[in-house]
Design a protein. Structure first.
Ligand code: SAM
Length: 721
């Protein structure tokens, strides 16, 4: 049993985006965005909330596409050449070498992403560009004949650069494949829009299955080579460990559950993967959108979605109402924003030239009828009077209709001169009118949402998600288990045949470290759980002899109830929907405004007279140890709900969870299952110096569709140990 390697050591490549444990925090990684909707807070952010750096082609339809794009023309003094029929494996270095060989001078820059079959060269002068085209056109390179042309020209016609290019390019590009710009947008932001919802769900389940296969494969790599894990019988839980155990022996002992687990379902997955729960709302479900400002194909100012990608040289803004997932209220507000932009004397911001004023808007629309707009502008070079006038114009445009259906109930402005094309958490916000926040209801509770706080974008589906999480936290089960223990401890023969209320004298339960109040509370809880619900008067009171102490259940040593660690809690939604059923809720989120909301939400929903709800506004990896140390007793029952951003949590969070013996259940809510596999593996890998504590096992996995028409799917996995 030598040469044992951990999965991540063997082959980083196949798990490059899940190996949080070996490469350090995801914050250091560059992750290519793989989503279509650009505007969920954590979309595009790493576990530390910073923007992920996009490699290669920018996110289609996203703000990033515009931001990182190069000019398709002589913008900013650049004259561009497009080279087609390029071998997709060629890289920019090689192309620059070719230029040198062909004596093409003054190449300013070369742009070529791995899969592109074309490249762009940039020159300072028209002369250099013409010379390059002459030399490159018809040249054989890597067994292909190159075609070099002027990159698309722009007739600016008085427009800002990028949008002017967009107008022309979309028209030109649309001819290529016959799609209208609206269809292109739909393909970008709702790529599954053409297939039936039923087929979308099948496709999503298949993606979830693939992630679970990855998970299984990663686990099997801990076994010794040629170990027949599929047919091995797991050792009994209480089997003694003989002598010292090397890592492979440990893997065999701790992971052999995998064979029977895979054998128990026809897909051979480490646990049952349930069918996808559909979203109650299939269209118009988004309660939040970010609208980009620019020009449409007719050259008119518009607030909508950035369509196309830099790779195709296509950028334009498409009206929001063409997107299937935008709410009607959101589309109406986008229309109103469009009108505002057309009336405004201030220019739209040009991401290439970095000039202009109006940048983008965040729009939140809620079932409560409350709608928020955050209008972002670039203050550079604009005097204070003009800015004050811009605020006044905004107020004058939106406030009169604020009380009408679909009206903007609160309007804010964000000042932002940086290059990040979203709503930065730290850029100043001014409330122009209204409370500066909106409210939403979930499972009968009310939640306040600040502009930069995370809130799930599909409210109806979120209720389904949270109900599932609550169900799998099994809080009732813990109560029932505890009362079962109490009942079992009642001597045989004295057990009544009917349901009983176990009234346990405090003295019978007292054991080391347990005070009488705790014992009474445990007994009361057991009694309540065991009491008949339909036929109260049949309850018999059973007396337990003080001479026959009830063996303490580990959980009974602590005050009754469960501690819920709501890690990455946002505005506190998950924790608060369960607060009544637990003895403590500890929520953590790195966005300060989200935690301010969470605290406010506690008050909004009846307060916290017992002081059992505690929040940390910090990165979970920073505070998890402190939380465990401060709040968790060795015999507590702790359930962790982990709902991190796409890239998962830093592996140290998983290490701490594992090392805390009181954590018996982890409910992992993954918004990108394939990227959560690293965390899944770290929860379940055999015990080691790095990952102390018993491993968890996955019990079941439930996909839920929160994003119809897109490729995203939420996956809830229940882990226990
Ligand atoms: C997918 S959201 C879930 C939020 C919440 N559970 C909900 O359902 O609304 C992920 C949350 O993780 C937070 N987050 C991201 N990285 C974090 C980190 N390193 N530490 C703590 N919170 C983090 C984000 O601010 C965001 O609120």
């Amino acid at each position: 049993m030598t040469n044992f390697k951990r999965p991540w050591e063997e082959d980083g490549s196949s798990f490059s985006n899940v190996d949080l444990s070996q490469t350090g925090p995801a914050e250091t990684k560059k992750v290519k965005l793989d989503v279509e909707i650009p505007d969920t807070e954590m979309e595009g952010k790493d576990v530390n909330g910073r923007m992920e750096e996009v490699q290669g082609e920018p996110e289609p339809g996203s703000e990033t596409a515009g931001a990182s794009s190069l000019s398709t023309t002589g913008e900013n003094g650049r004259f561009r050449v497009r080279i087609d029929n390029m071998n997709s494996y060629a890289n920019s270095k090689e192309i620059l070498k070719l230029c040198k060989k062909l004596e093409i001078n003054n190449v300013e820059n070369c742009k070529k992403a791995p899969k592109w079959e074309y490249a762009f060269l940039m020159f300072k002068t028209e002369e250099d560009r013409t010379d390059a085209i002459k030399k490159l056109n018809g040249q054989e390179y890597k067994k292909k004949i190159l075609e070099a042309t002027h990159a698309n020209e722009v007739q600016r016609a008085g427009m800002q650069g990028m949008q002017g290019r967009a107008q022309r390019d979309v028209a030109a590009d649309g001819k290529d494949d016959g799609r209208t710009p609206a269809e292109r947008l739909a393909d970008q932001i709702t790529p599954l829009w053409k297939i039936s919802y039923e087929d979308q769900l099948k496709k999503k389940r298949n993606e979830m299955r693939k992630a679970m296969v990855q998970f299984r494969e990663a686990l099997t790599r801990y076994f010794p080579k040629r170990f027949d894990w599929k047919n091995a019988t797991p050792p009994p839980a209480d089997a003694p460990i003989l002598g010292t155990e090397d890592s492979e022996a440990k893997a065999v002992r701790q992971l052999t559950w995998l064979g029977p687990a895979c054998g128990s379902n026809k897909e051979k997955l480490p646990c049952e993967l349930l069918e996808v729960i559909p979203s109650p709302a299939v269209d118009n479900y988004r309660n939040k959108c970010e609208f980009t400002f620019g020009w449409n194909t007719a050259g008119e100012k518009v607030a909508g979605f950035l369509c196309g990608s830099f790779k195709d040289g296509v950028m334009t803004i498409i009206e929001a109402n063409v997107a299937k997932n935008v709410s009607p209220a959101g589309a109406e507000i986008a229309k109103s924003l469009t009108q505002f932009l057309r009336d405004s004397p201030l220019e739209i911001y040009d991401r290439i030239a970095k000039t202009g004023f109006w940048r983008m808007a965040l729009v939140r629309t809620h079932r409560t009828g409350e709608n928020m707009v955050v209008m972002q502008y670039n203050p550079t070079g604009v005097d204070t009077e003009t800015i004050a006038a811009a605020h006044d114009a905004l107020r004058a445009h939106f406030e009169p209709k604020k009380d009408e259906a679909g009206g903007v109930t609160t309007l804010l402005a964000q000042v932002h001169d940086g290059s990040f094309n979203g709503l930065p958490e730290d850029a100043p916000l001014h409330i122009i009118y209204g409370p500066g926040v909106v409210y939403e209801t979930l499972l009968g509770l009310r939640f306040r949402i600040s502009p930069t706080a995370f809130f799930q974008v599909n409210t109806e589906a979120t209720e389904v998600l949270y109900s599932k999480v609550r169900e799998w936290c099994a809080l009732d089960e813990v109560t029932a288990e505890r009362s079962q223990k109490l009942l079992k401890a009642i001597p045989e023969g004295r057990m009544p045949t009917k349901s009983v209320t176990a009234a346990v004298p405090a003295t019978t339960l007292v054991s080391e470290g347990v005070d009488a109040a705790t014992v009474d509370a445990v007994a009361a809880e057991g009694a309540a759980a065991a009491a008949p619900t339909d036929d109260g008067d049949k309850a018999a009171v059973v007396e337990v002899l003080p001479t026959e102490p009830i063996p303490p259940h580990p959980k009974d040593l602590s005050p009754p109830g469960t501690i819920l660690l709501d890690l990455c809690c946002g505005t506190g939604t998950i924790g608060l929907t369960m607060a009544l059923h637990v003895k403590k809720v500890i929520g953590v989120d790195m966005i300060k405004l989200a935690i301010t909301d969470a605290k406010h939400n506690v008050e909004l929903n009846g307060g916290d007279p017992e002081g059992k709800i505690i929040y940390y506004a910090d990165k979970v990896e920073k505070v998890i140890r402190e939380i465990v140390h401060e709040h968790v007793g060795v015999n507590d029952d702790v359930v962790v709900v982990l709902d991190p951003p796409r890239s998962g949590v830093y592996y140290d969070v998983i290490r701490t969870i594992r090392a805390c013996e009181a954590v018996k259940r982890v409910i992992y809510v993954a918004c990108a299952a394939n990227q959560a596999v690293g965390n899944f593996v770290d929860l379940c890998r055999p015990t080691s110096n790095k990952f102390k504590g018993d491993p968890f096992k996955p019990l079941r996995a439930q996909p839920l569709d929160l994003f119809p028409h897109t490729e995203h799917c939420e996956l809830v996995v229940e882990f226990r140990r």
